[in-house]
Design a protein around this ligand. Sequence first.
Ligand code: FCB
Length: 505
Amino acid sequence: MQSALGAGAAAAVPAFLSGCSVSSRASGNAASAGATGAKQFSSTLDFPKNFLWGTATAAYQIEGAWQDGGKGESIWDRFAHTPGKIKHGDTGDIACDSYHRWREDIALMRAMNLNSYRFSISWPRIQPSGSGPPNSQGIDYYSRLIDALLEARIRPLVTLYHWDLPQALEDAGGWPNRDTAARFADYADLVARSLGDRVSDWMLFNEPSAFTDLGYLEGVHAPGRKGLLDFLRASHTVNLAQGVGFRALKAARPSARLGTAFSMSSCEPATNSAEDKLAAERAHAITNLWFLEPALRGRYPEAFTFLPETAMGIKSSDLEKMRAPLDFVGINLYYRTIASAPTALDRFTHAQEWLFPVRMAGGQQGAKTDIGWEVWPQALYDMVMRITRDYNRPEIQITESGCAYNDPPDASGAVHDVSRIAYHRDYLAALAHAIADGADVRGYQAWSLMDNFEWAEGFSQRFGLAYVDFKSQKRTIKDSGKWYAKVAAENRVGPGLEVRVGPGL
Ligand code: FCB
């Protein structure tokens, strides 16, 4: 969840749904605790049969080999090669070198007992200049990876677009250019034809609200543009691309199951005032629904004072075009958002806040991870329940959640990342309660399989369940990875899964 503007559900959601699909050995349901209203989640919980345990990665963050195998330049290659854009001048040129070391990476997943792997396809590996016939070396790479995953009984969960647009398409206008939606549909069709005989579960986009905002409005991610109009137009093109990409993929592979990984953040009003509650709804709309509502309902969210239709380039037939009845909703969630109503003299740090208008900030009560994000497990519970309630209990996949903690290896090479274990344990407990309260959640993909290139933060933030020594490329499963292996094997979180530390373990 990369955003200066995380936002989401307003109030705590009651357990209103029946039909629990989880067998919970919880010693009672999530109960309200303390003046903060935060819930305490009991910690022994079983997950439903066939629950999928996985990790998530993205092509640019792990593959490296930026010029190998006929790959074209992406906007992230160009951006990272531009001095001053990435911390310490890091680039994804080599990253985890997964393009060459994917067998080792599958071995890590096997050692962690995982049965799902979310990864992304690099568009410029498939279409080096963003259009035209597929590059066979690119297809072959993913084909081998998928075959090996299936052989290891790991479900491939494939993202078509995790932010690495072919640079040639950016040169033609990028996402603000409507034509990019048609290019995306062609790419979706190509990939589905080449790999769709073995892949059934796909995601069209990763975090559309993050890449349109950070890439086209704030300029801190590729392609580094800073324009309100660019952001508005990019948003609309991506919504169109979701619709046309959905239909292209379904036409090529009718049995494919499609979703998008939306960045989400539960929104709480800063106070109980009516103004702040309304502001929290606007925050929820811009952060969580800006790309979900068009897909599921063929319209933009209703919470705004007005919609800048002309600036966005919306045409009358577009609403129907945006509709994409997704088979599942992917949720990436890391933290909550506190929303308040702006006052007349407020200075906005961000154009979205001014446009919609709402003030948004991260919570301050929970502990912070090394990247500064608040740890708040209830955000996952609230978000999953809000989507469950508002969208008629859709199938949900947690497509990302995780934490940056930069614990180094000790003298023996082991990484005792106890904070990461606590993070996943508590978020999973919250998730199990959402399932017990009626949400249809089918899997959890921890971000990330291994430490990798964290966008503008370069290699300074480690999110992995496996440690990567970027000089030697050696991978070491951290204590959190060993713990996650037990969670996956036993299909539960709870006592008895502690990781023993000591020589040889
Ligand atoms: C998400 C991104 C993912 C990773 C995590 C930490 O927003 O989808 O690529 O950077 O944040």
